[in-house]
Write a protein that binds this ligand. Sequence first.
Ligand SMILES: Cc1cc2nc3c(=O)[nH]c(=O)nc-3n(C[C@H](O)[C@H](O)[C@H](O)COP(=O)(O)OP(=O)(O)OC[C@H]3O[C@@H](n4cnc5c(N)ncnc54)[C@H](O)[C@@H]3O)c2cc1C
Length: 486
Amino acid sequence: MFVRRVDPARVDWDHETELAIVGGGGCGLTAAAAASQHGVDVTLFEKADRLGGKARVATGQICGVDTPHQREVGIDDSADAFCEDLVDQQTAESSAKYDLNRDLITTVAGNSGAAMEFLGDVVGAGLTLHRGRFEMPGHRVHRTHYPVRDDGVVPRAGQPLTDRLEGTIRSNGVDVRTGFPMDQLLLDEDTDAVIGVVSKENPDPVPRRQPNHAVRADYVLLACDGFAADRELVTDRFPELAQLDYWGTRENTGDAIRVADELDLALDVPLYDMHGPFSVPDGIYLPNELVKAGSIIVNESAERFMDCGDVPYRVMDMRILEQEHGTGYLILDRAIVDEFLDADLTSHQFGYVLDDGAFDTADSVDELAALYGLDADALRETIADVNGDDPAYGRAYPHELEPTFYAAKIRPMYVKARQGIRVDRRLRCLRADGTPVDNLYAGGNASESLEGGDPNVYIPGMDLMTALTEGYMVGTQVAERTEAVR
Ligand SMILES: Cc1cc2nc3c(=O)[nH]c(=O)nc-3n(C[C@H](O)[C@H](O)[C@H](O)COP(=O)(O)OP(=O)(O)OC[C@H]3O[C@@H](n4cnc5c(N)ncnc54)[C@H](O)[C@@H]3O)c2cc1C
């Protein structure tokens, strides 16, 4: 039971707080930082032993609209432009099937500039706007920001940002409870208002009595992501993912959905996201800019099936999954490797990939085909076509693909499975009848997706933008509301 209706007078409250946050990842940390900065008393429950969630392990692309970084270099951007970029991703077929919530998209995008400003100025997150090569498709202007480490390296990871957020909330005196998952949401049995959270300390390996901690709260934010780590829920909602592995954190097991089911809240369309490519069998993540820089992907018949350089990575992953055994072979060459090692944005991460031995090398097409048991004549024909004047599927790269070849057998993994709680523009959870639960918020992957369930709609960096911005929005709103009642 995830929701319990109680008489507040009979609960043995451990503690009282103004804002209880469930989940200390991208959304929860930002909400805690924004609220505590204004003096709100915040208690943060985190299931894992450390903070950060998926935002910490993410590759760190964060899009933001009308941010200080964009303004500084004269980039004109707007929430409407961002919304149009999402709409442009829809196909004729998908737009007939899925509705995008333009109001929510423009509200979130419209607040993302302020959220980035807060993260930069108050939290001290070093962010840089990427304007060099390897821009991700789908954005009409440069709006991808990356966290920068103290030593100036852009590690293509969320961790520098989540570390800074953790520093901020600890110095603001937030009651941080790692290893304390939300176990139940408490409602007043008379008024049906949300009144608190029960958390159970994570069980030790040796079974013992687990103390319950009931924390009374004026406002609760569900920021505990989706259900990607719950295999049963994943295969129930998305049978096609049964053959894939998951890349992410193990705590994200769908607790927000369980609350929503028991409270009869409205849920949006289920959605998953893949990421890749990953080498087989080692599971090493190969930066997906690689495929934009002139690599090709062939299937087990040694044939290309898309211009992987020209599609968002989610679409690329879907195409790979459609091939026999859901497998592809990524082929690049020494010139591309050198280009990656030379570029600031990719050199750090790419160096690791090479050191980890993600690639096989071959000095001829025959050798390359033999590595994976591909038909050598078919592969020769494919590479000749790629190097010709008018390659099938196209290839926007000025150099021919030639030995020494670097190659890897690849598969996608899934990184996200979610079915968010529908929210109003203030991010309050909506009941099935459309009315808001006044003091219960949802943000990040626990709340409604901007993609509206359409698998074609994705612009890289939008997930972190959504999680961070929604956390910022909830934190500042609760600050305003508590200020009003003080
Ligand atoms: C490998 C990888 C790379 C990615 N790269 C990018 C990228 O470059 N750009 C981008 O935009 N997005 C990226 N994403 C997606 C992005 O990381 C997530 O969309 C984002 O972190 C979601 O934020 P969130 O706060 O909703 O969830 P999270 O950041 O996952 O935080 C949720 C937190 O809730 C905790 N939790 C779960 N259940 C409970 C409970 N019952 N009680 C208490 N705590 C609980 C979890 O432990 C976790 O810490 C990536 C994801 C992965 C896995």
